[in-house]
Design a protein around this ligand. Structure first.
Ligand code: PLP
Length: 366
């Protein structure tokens, strides 16, 4: 759809904020940033129009965007996004983790939502330049990072149902602390009767619509006193898929690990992929294999299942300690964080923060 050749060389015009937030106000804002509530001074915006392709790439002041009330995104949810982080390395420089994978997945999502692809170089360039511009916003807190949110919305004013002919690709930054409080014990999950994604649907795309549909099940989990929701497959309501925004792993007493396969209804997490590689390097027998909710409960009861964890960019690796559903309630292992979970997490975090070698070339310094 996009004219890749002519827009890949697009240069991003730099238009710095005339009145950025004062250093003391900024320091106060990032002292305890939490997740997703503090934003930096700048953003990148790039426009796309059918026939013209990507144009007008600007790194400028972060501000509200004007949308016509008929803009397609407001009616039919033609929207996709990514979630990435800039990490601080030991030498004080900053780095991205596998940004090429985010760019590729963004374009996979774009194709599924009938949107134009963003040239990979433009995607990574926009992210790098923005992080560089707002480097002073990097939070100094333990486990801190700059969370990066690239996204694309259909801006064409048109109420008919067909792919829009105008879009905006935007990148914003949000200083972030730990997603779950540091040292938080294992989370408790609720097995939902709702489903997240059906075969042939948009489950493998990172689109806002998937999240909109997950809000009722997530609220239900919260109301019942749980931290996260687990979705089962839509067809049989039997196979474990993932959490609302994180992939799942199961570790057994024989040193093997299972994670559900990328069946088209699961989001192909980059953390998931990285942990698969690291677990194989650890000599663990790793299988991408369907795992049922009944087996989960039986293996937890017999002690065969020793650990379970969820993973994603925002929360990295989070142990799952207990599981509840309409007809079940069980604990995994000790119910607390397990050894293997901690070890894999440390391996990943050490690469991301540059304190361990990076044999796969995953880290891109800014
Ligand atoms: C983003 C996301 C993940 C995790 O992907 P990462 O690339 O590891 O951050 C998992 N599940 C869903 C539904 C997601 O949207």
């Amino acid at each position: 759809m996009a004219t890749l050749a002519d827009s890949s060389s697009l240069t991003i015009k730099r238009n710095p904020h005339p009145a950025p937030i004062a250093p003391d106000a900024r320091a106060a804002a990032i002292a305890s940033p939490g997740f997703g509530t503090v934003f930096t001074d700048h953003m990148v915006v790039v426009d796309w129009i059918e026939g013209k392709g990507w144009h007008n790439a600007v790194l400028g002041p972060r501000q509200a965007i004007a949308l016509d009330p008929a803009a397609a995104v407001l009616h039919y949810a033609q929207e996709i996004f990514e979630g990435m982080k800039a990490y601080r390395l030991a030498d004080g420089s900053m780095a991205l983790f596998r940004p090429d994978q985010n760019a590729k997945r963004f374009n996979d999502s774009a194709r599924r939502l009938a949107m134009p692809e963003v040239p990979e170089e433009l995607f990574v360039d926009a992210v790098r330049q923005l992080v560089n511009e707002d480097a002073d916003w990097f939070p100094q807190v333990e486990g801190g990072s700059l969370y990066i949110r690239p996204f694309m919305v259909a801006t064409e004013p048109f109420l008919g149902v067909r792919p829009a002919k105008q879009y905006k690709f935007i990148v914003i930054l949000s200083p972030a602390g730990n997603y779950f409080k540091s040292g938080a014990p294992a989370v408790s999950v609720w097995v939902s009767d709702y489903t997240r994604a059906a075969p042939g649907g948009t489950g493998a795309a990172k689109c806002g619509g998937n999240y909109a549909a997950s809000l009722v099940p997530t609220s239900e989990a919260f109301e019942k006193g749980h931290d996260q929701v687990v979705f089962l497959d839509a067809a049989e309501h039997r196979w474990i898929e993932e959490l609302g925004g994180m992939n799942l792993f199961f570790a057994f007493d024989d040193g093997s690990i299972i994670t559900p396969p990328l069946s088209g209804t699961i989001l192909p997490g980059i953390t998931r992929d990285s942990l698969l590689t690291l677990a194989r390097e650890e000599g663990l027998a790793v299988r991408e294999e369907k795992y049922s909710i009944d087996q989960w409960e039986a293996d937890a009861a017999s002690g065969k299942l020793v650990e379970c964890f969820a993973c994603g960019t925002a929360a990295v690796v989070t142990p799952v300690g207990s599981v509840a559903g309409r007809e079940r309630n069980f604990t995994i292992g000790s119910g607390g964080p397990g050894q293997l979970t901690g070890k894999l997490k440390a391996k990943l975090v050490d690469i991301q923060r540059g304190t361990a070698p990076d044999p796969h070339g995953w880290v891109l310094t800014i």
